[in-house]
Design a protein around this ligand. Structure first.
Ligand code: LLP
Length: 418
């Protein structure tokens, strides 16, 4: 079941025509489908709910960095999501929508003292600690506040996730996590950290992973650590398997969240432990598109260009990772097709949304949809070239609401002094 479909050659998000939406809201605009978000979240939730009798409960922590719009966080909270955050700003957002602190895990290699204090005062579920120095500082900060900081150690299992190097995180040359042997030693020296309570273990080896092998290998490594600690009398309450499952941007066929979790649960079948996961892209990636308008077309001796009103400041993934996003016409037309690059107005040759795409030859004012843009789209956008950031819209059935209004020129200079 797809929620971005053509009806009479016009592209719809659920029951809202994107053409009509663009007329009301303008472009560029991120458009999200509530039904898709809900279905994707439930795919995780339902498998874990049925994990089996006697098993401790679970928590699906949406990775806020993928999309931090308040309306989306609120929807996911309502569906029962916890949250994986990486900054005080993300924590602030989750709390703004009434997120339960006891459903929040805090990841990241560079938490500041200020962030630790904020999160400790809010009583979050867990800090995913990524270095010994971070642990030492957290212990000191918690002591001063007369609190015990709940901690999970993020293990770096040195496993190749076979994805883009910028989003690989579980290899020993990456900045993330603590090698297994060192992590084991830290758990065993817990008495040196009187204001820390070790409650979990976690791991996240990369993003947009299309094969289950590396993920399952890392789960097996974590299981070994948990059993090893158990033998030494140290009981870990939760296992957090991170996020990272890939989505189809084009012709990829990644395992579904159901298949992924089924295999993970099989690996863990005799381990009675609370299970956490931190999906981002699989929840929101294919629930969103970037709606954009054609400004001009241009033919040169060597290339054709479609110049649109969104750019690398709106969606940086193609520029940064050479990422592929399908580009669909909002109105299908019978005109001849051509091969062109879809580019933005920014003054850099790296400013492109798609390269060498064969699609119909559009005219000025035609609308295009850059697909699979719900994750790491708006959340990585910027004001480069002093471009106000796009609007965001959440669609549900035949209704939509602007969940972030388009920035204005005034917004652009907010906080600046002459
Ligand atoms: N947990 C941790 C600790 C993470 O670092 C990440 C993503 C996630 C969970 C969620 O991963 P996901 O399920 O979304 O793959 N900007 C890049 C992706 C960066 C991912 C960073 N960490 C992109 O646009 O592809």
């Amino acid at each position: 079941m797809h929620y971005f479909t053509y009806k009479n050659n016009k592209l719809f998000c659920e029951d809202v025509s994107l053409e009509a939406l663009a007329q009301k809201v303008g472009t560029p605009t991120y458009v999200y489908s509530q039904a898709t978000l809900t279905r994707h979240f439930k795919a995780y939730q339902d498998v874990l709910k049925n994990r089996g009798h006697g098993m401790p409960n679970h928590l699906v922590c949406f990775s806020v960095k993928a999309n931090s719009n308040l309306a989306i966080l609120k929807l996911l909270k309502k569906l029962g999501a916890g949250f994986d955050i990486v900054s005080q700003g993300e924590l602030y957002r989750v709390l703004k929508v009434g997120g339960n602190p006891k459903h929040i895990v805090f990841s990241g290699v560079g938490k500041t003292q200020e962030e630790m204090i904020y999160a400790l005062k809010k009583n979050i579920l867990c800090f995913n600690v990524e270095s010994e120095q971070e642990l030492i500082l957290l212990n000191q900060v918690a002591k001063k506040l007369k609190k015990k900081a709940p901690v999970s150690i993020r293990v770096n299992p040195d496993i190749d996730p076979k994805t883009h190097p910028y989003i690989s995180t579980g290899l020993k040359e990456n900045k993330f996590g603590i090698p297994i042997q060192e992590a084991l030693a830290l758990y065993q020296h817990s008495s040196e950290f009187s204001s820390i309570q070790f409650i979990g273990i976690d791991c996240h080896i990369g993003s947009q992973m299309l094969s289950l092998c590396p993920i399952l290998e890392s789960v097996r490594e974590l299981k070994k650590v948990i059993l090893d600690l158990k033998q030494k009398g140290i009981d870990i309450q939760h296992l957090n398997i991170g996020g990272g499952l890939g989505i189809p941007y084009s012709k990829e066929v990644p395992p579904s969240p159901q298949e992924y979790l089924k295999d993970v649960l099989q690996e863990l079948k005799d381990l009675k432990i609370k299970l956490l996961c931190e999906p981002g892209r699989t929840i929101v990636g294919n629930a969103g598109i970037l709606l954009t308008k054609v400004l001009y077309t241009k033919k040169t001796a060597s290339k054709n260009f479609i110049i649109v009103d969104s750019a690398m400041n709106d969606l940086i993934r193609p520029t940064l990772y050479d990422a592929h996003h399908e580009v669909w016409p909002v109105q299908k037309k019978e005109t001849s097709s051509w091969t062109a690059d879809v580019v933005g107005p920014i003054c850099e040759s790296g400013d492109f949304l798609a390269k060498d795409r064969t699609l119909y030859e559009p005219q000025s004012s035609d609308l295009l949809a850059v697909m699979s843009a719900g994750a790491y789209g708006f959340s990585m956008s910027s004001n480069y070239n002093s471009r106000p950031r796009a609007a965001e819209v959440l669609v549900s059935g035949n209704k939509f609401k602007i969940c972030r209004k388009r920035e204005t020129l005034k917004d652009l200079i907010h906080g600046e002094n002459l």
